[in-house]
Design a protein around this ligand. Structure first.
Ligand SMILES: *Cc1c(COP(=O)(O)O)cnc(C)c1O
Length: 457
C-alpha cells in the first residue's frame, strides 16, 4: 500500500485551494480581541486602518467568516511556486527504522526560502489595491523581509525593512537579496526613529529584537504619508493567508486516503503552525476528526511552555495593539539562538487560544539537538533545512522513534518551513562543536513577565 504513495504528492492546478480558511469561525470560544494600547479598549477597524491596510484590518478582526476568496492576482502569483510538495520521507523512515509514515510539507521552494511569501504577496496586494506608496516592516532572520521585498517588487511598491541588528550583521547575504529586490534595509535599533533612539540609549550595544524592530517599523509607517505597516507573523490575518499550507496538505492527504495522526510545526509567532493546522483544527472544533497537534519552540524562547496567558504588547515600543497571548513579556530579549525566526516573545492569539483549550500541545527543544536532527535530515532527505524548521524535524524524529518502540505505524505530518542556505554561520558553529544551549532561568522569565501591562477586562 505505502509504495503506491509517491515521494512527492502534488496537486493539479484545479485542485489547489481558491479560498483561505479562517479557523476562528469554528472556534466556540474566540481568541480575545486586540486592544488599543492607549485606551485599552477593543480596537476598531477604523483605528487599525491607521497602521494596517484596510482590507487586512478587516481580516484581522473577523472571527466569523469561515472562508475568504483568494483574489485572482494572488492565485496567479501562488501558481508560480505552489502547490508546495507534500513529501513522503521514505529515506528518513528507513534511516530511523520506524514503522511510522512521515510526511513533510515543504515551503522552501521559492527564492525567499520560506512560507512567508504566502502572506507577503497577500499583504502587498491589498496595499497596492488601496493605492499606497509603500509598506514598512521588521525582519528578524531576514526571511520575512526577503519575502516582502519580492512581493513588493512584483506589485511595484516601496519596501522599507527594519532588520534586527544581530541578523543584519550576521546575515549580510539575506540583506543583499532584499536590496536586490529593491527594499531599503536599516539595522534595528536605528537612530532613524524615536523609539530606536530610546532603546539604543537604554540598552547601549543591544543587538536588537523583533519586538523592537516592529516598533520602529510602525513608527516609520505612521509618520510617512501613503505608508502602512505589515507584519509577517503573529497576526490573525497572517494565519488566514498561511491556511493555504494546511488546505493543500489536507487536499494532498485526502487524495491518497491518508489520515494524519500527528501534525507538528515549529512555532515562532505561530503563523506556519497556525496555517498548517487550521483545516485540521477546524475538523476537531466541529467534532469531525481528531489529531494530535504539537507546537515546537526553542528552549531559549519558550512562550507556550513557560510563558503566561495574558494581554501583552506585541512590540517593545508598545505602539502596536495589545493581544492576549502566551508571552514571556514584550521586554524579553532572547539569547542569540540561531533560529532567528523563533525569537519572538509572544505567540499568535489564535494559536494561544487553541493551546489554552487543549487542542494543541507544546514542547521545547534545545538548539544542539535541533541541529543534530537538521544534519540527519539533510544527509538522508537531501534538503538543507532552516534552523527554525529543524525544530519540527527534531520532534518528528522523536515521535517516529517512539513508534519504533511501540510498533505503532502512525502517520506523522510536519511543516518543513524553509531552507537554511543563509544560516551557514549557525551550521558552522554546530560543525565546529561551538554551539551552546542557553535556557533562560525562572528568575529571568519572571522579571520580564512581571512587566506585563495590567488589563482588567
Ligand atoms: C519565520 C519563520 C518561522 C517562524 O515563524 P512562524 O510565524 O511561527 O511560522 C519558521 N520557519 C521559517 C523558515 C521562518 O522563516
Amino acid at each position: 500500500m505505502s509504495k503506491d504513495i509517491p515521494y512527492k504528492i502534488y496537486l493539479e492546478e484545479n485542485e489547489m485551494p481558491k479560498q483561505w480558511y479562517n479557523v476562528r469561525a469554528d472556534m466556540k470560544k474566540k481568541p480575545a480581541p486586540i486592544l488599543n494600547p492607549g485606551t485599552l479598549q477593543e480596537v476598531t477597524v477604523e483605528e487599525l486602518s491607521h497602521i494596517f491596510c484596510e482590507e487586512l484590518a478587516k481580516q484581522e478582526v473577523d472571527n466569523t467568516t469561515p472562508y475568504f476568496d483568494i483574489p485572482e492576482e494572488i492565485l496567479n502569483f501562488y501558481k508560480m511556486y505552489r502547490p508546495s510538495p507534500l513529501v513522503r520521507a521514505y529515506c528518513l523512515e528507513k534511516k530511523l527504522g520506524t514503522p511510522a509514515h512521515i510526511y513533510y510539507k515543504f515551503e522552501g521552494n521559492n527564492t525567499s526560502g520560506s512560507h512567508k511569501l504566502n502572506s507577503a504577496i497577500a499583504q502587498a496586494y491589498y496595499a497596492k489595491k488601496q493605492g499606497l506608496k509603500g509598506v514598512t516592516t521588521e525582519t528578524g532572520a531576514g526571511q520575512w523581509g526577503t519575502a516582502l521585498s519580492m512581493a513588493c517588487s512584483y506589485f511595484d511598491l516601496d519596501c522599507q525593512v527594519y532588520m534586527v541588528k544581530v541578523s543584519y550583521e550576521q546575515k549580510p547575504f539575506r540583506r543583499e537579496v532584499m536590496r536586490t529586490y529593491g527594499a531599503k534595509v536599516t539595522p534595528s535599533p536605528s537612530m532613524n526613529t524615536e523609539v530606536g533612539r530610546k532603546i539604543n540609549a537604554e540598552f547601549p550595544g543591544t543587538t536588537g529584537s523583533l519586538g523592537c524592530a516592529i516598533s520602529e517599523a510602525v513608527e516609520a509607517a505612521v509618520s510617512q504619508e501613503g505608508y502602512r505597516y505589515v507584519l509577517g507573523s503573529v497576526l490573525s490575518q497572517v494565519l488566514l493567508h498561511q491556511s493555504v499550507i494546511g488546505l493543500e496538505t489536507k487536499a494532498a492527504l485526502d487524495k491518497y486516503g491518508i489520515k494524519a495522526d500527528t501534525i507538528i510545526g515549529c512555532a515562532g509567532g505561530g503563523s506556519n503552525l497556525g496555517g498548517l493546522i487550521s483545516p485540521f483544527a477546524g475538523q476537531m472544533l466541529r467534532n469531525e476528526a481528531d489529531y494530535e497537534i504539537i507546537a515546537v519552540e526553542p528552549a531559549s524562547c519558550p512562550s507556550l511552555t513557560r510563558g503566561t496567558y495574558a494581554y501583552d504588547f506585541c512590540d517593545t515600543g508598545k505602539v502596536c495593539p495589545l493581544a492576549k497571548m502566551y508571552t514571556l513579556g514584550s521586554g524579553f530579549i532572547p539569547s542569540a539562538n540561531h533560529a532567528g525566526g523563533l525569537r519572538y516573545h509572544g505567540m499568535s492569539s489564535v494559536v494561544s487560544e487553541l493551546y489554552d483549550q487543549g487542542l494543541i500541545r507544546a514542547t521545547s527543544v534545545e538548539q544542539t539537538s535541533v541541529f543534530q536532527a537538521a544534519q540527519m535530515f539533510a544527509r538522508v532527505e537531501g534538503i538543507l533545512p532552516a534552523p527554525e524548521s529543524s525544530h519540527a524535524i527534531k520532534v518528528a524524529i522523536d515521535e517516529a522513534l517512539k513508534c519504533k518502540e511501540s510498533g505503532q505505524a502512525k502517520n506523522i505530518v510536519f511543516g518543513l518551513t524553509g531552507t537554511g542556505y543563509f544560516d551557514m554561520v549557525a551550521y558552522q558553529k554546530f560543525n565546529d562543536g561551538e554551539m551552546s544551549d542557553y535556557i533562560p532561568t525562572d528568575e529571568e522569565l519572571q522579571k520580564s513577565i512581571s512587566t506585563l501591562p495590567q488589563v482588567n477586562l
